[in-house]
Each structure stands twice: as C-alpha cells, then as structure tokens.
Write a protein that binds this ligand. Structure first.
Ligand code: SF4
Length: 297
C-alpha cells in the first residue's frame, strides 16, 4: 500500500486546498485532543502506531511524484507526538524528503520539531502550528497530551528565527468559548514572526461532539442548539454560516491589520483569503528546473 497518498479532504465542497499529497509517519496521535476529527475514521486513534517499513516505502513512493509535488505531513496524525523524541520516524522521513525535488508542509502541535531545524533548513518547507486557545487550563482539557500553547509559540519563534516560513492555524475556534482570545493570539503570533494565518471554527463529528460534551458540558449545552440547527456536511456539524462568517471576519480584520496573509479552512469564505494559498503552501519555494539539471550533471 502507498505511504504517500493523494490528499483527500473529505471531498468537501468547502475545502479550498491546492492539489497535494498526504503522508503520516504515525497512525494515531497521543496528543489526544478531544475535538480531533481523525478519531471518526482511524480506529483506536489515541494509541499511536508506527508505520511499518516507513523508509523503504517512502523512498519508493517519493520517486513516483512529479517535481514540486506538495506533501502535507500530516493531516490526520501529528508527526511530532511525544514518541517522536525517541522513535525519530519523522526525522528519518524528513532526511529522505530533503533530497527529493518536492515541497513539504508540516502541520503539528509538537515542539520536538525544533530538534530537526538542521534538516528543515535544507528543505523546501513551511511549518504550520495549531493553537486553539492560549488559556493553559483550557488547553489541558482540550489537548491533554500536547505541549502547552506557550511552548508551541516558543517553537514557532525558533523556527521563524532560523528562516523557516511559519503559519499559525487558529484551529479550531470554539464560538462563545475561545473567540475572545483571537486578538491576543494574533498579537503573540506577530511577535513570534508568523507569516500566514489560517482560521477554522470547531466542526464536530458525532464522536467528537460526545467527547466535548463530557469535558465541557456547560459550554456544549449553550451552543448545541446552534450546531444541531446549523449545517451538516459529510456527517460533520457546522455552526450556521452567518455565525461562522462573523467569526472568520473578526480574525481576518485583526490579521490584516497586523500584516499577516489570511485564509479560512473548510469554511467556504474565499473572499476573505489573501496570499497565494489557504494552507500556507505558497510560502514554500519551488524547485527550479535548472537546479535539477545542475544536480544531474
Ligand atoms: S494533534 Fe492533531 S492529530 Fe493529534 S489528536 Fe490533536 S487534532 Fe488529532
């Protein structure tokens, strides 16, 4: 089975991603975010497993990709879970990809990524960190296995200071819970030298909604009516579009005032998008054909 696969964004009509491939060194994720949507389609998700024969399969698959192919690492299982510190699967994968004529977008909450700055500096890469809240107590409830928001911002700044383009995903935003933090999150992102902002509202599937109800029963009761009366795409609950638009517009206004480029994720409001891509991949340099010839010669 291929280890690099075409990115399949749930075939959602709201997805605005460019054509890309998806690669996950791990199956499952021990960050254990209660809102994670991957639990809906990967069994036993919070128990992490390693991909077997990762290196040989990656070498085989990457050879089949077109020059400048965009590989997203990873869309369903974070490439920097705590286990990566000892297992080093992602580091091995990056060492292979650094020598291939491809572009890589890393999406993570894992601060172990700073260990790999030496490889990242040799790659065509951008790094997106996800933050849902800067309230440390709330983060502990929502993302119990992930590094704290403060640790994540510190890692973002380290990467940016090394010249690696960085993206902040404010994802997910919980209406009437975390949307009051938007301005402060963006201000911190500015001081961490983030370039591009991606924002997305919380869109639960039924299993994620049940977990949230357990962890935040009071908040869930307040907003449940809006989710259940909102819109549903591919068994995913969305807030009504007027509420989502108002939230995205608030992030957009502040982001633009601070000089970021901005996009939404699976919201459908492309009129709010600035910059060359929604996911931040426009920040990744492309391979110039002449550099390939030079290598071959
Ligand atoms: S870090 Fe990402 S993949 Fe891991 S549990 Fe959280 S949302 Fe899911």
């Amino acid at each position: 089975m291929n280890i690099i696969r075409p990115f399949d964004p749930w075939r959602s009509k709201l997805c605005t991603c460019p054509t890309k491939y998806s690669f996950c060194p791990y199956t499952g994720c021990s960050h254990r975010c209660v809102y994670c949507y991957a639990t809906a389609y990967i069994p036993n998700f919070y128990n992490i497993r390693v991909k077997k024969q990762l290196e040989s399969r990656l070498v085989r698959d990457v050879r089949k990709l077109p020059v400048n192919a965009l590989i997203s690492i990873a869309n369903s299982s974070d490439p920097y879970p705590p286990e990566e510190m000892t297992l080093r699967l992602t580091r091995k994968a990056l060492s292979i990809l650094a020598n291939a004529p491809v572009r890589v977008l890393i999406i993570t909450k894992g601060t172990t990524i700073v260990r790999d700055i030496d490889i990242l500096k040799r790659m065509r890469v951008a790094v997106a960190f996800s933050i849902s809240t800067i309230d440390e107590r709330l983060a502990k409830k929502l993302e119990p296995g992930a590094p704290t928001p403060e640790e994540r911002f510190k890692a973002i700044k380290q990467l940016a200071d090394e010249g690696i383009p960085t993206i902040l995903r404010i994802d997910p935003i919980f209406w009437k819970l975390t949307d009051g933090e938007i301005d402060e999150i963006l201000t911190i992102a500015k001081s961490a030298n983030v370039v591009h902002i991606v924002a997305s509202t919380f869109k639960p599937r039924p299993d994620g909604w049940n977990r949230i109800k357990n962890v935040l029963p009071g908040w869930a009761k307040t907003v449940e009516h809006y989710y259940l009366k909102g819109e549903t795409y591919q068994r995913t609950y969305y807030l009504p579009s007027a509420i989502r638009y108002e939230l995205m517009r608030r992030v957009y206004d502040k982001a633009i005032s601070l000089g970021f480029t901005f996009a939404t994720c699976r919201e459908g409001f492309t009129e709010l998008h600035t910059g060359g891509s929604c996911d931040g991949s426009h920040l990744i340099p492309t391979v110039h054909p002449t550099s390939l010839f030079a290598k071959m010669g």
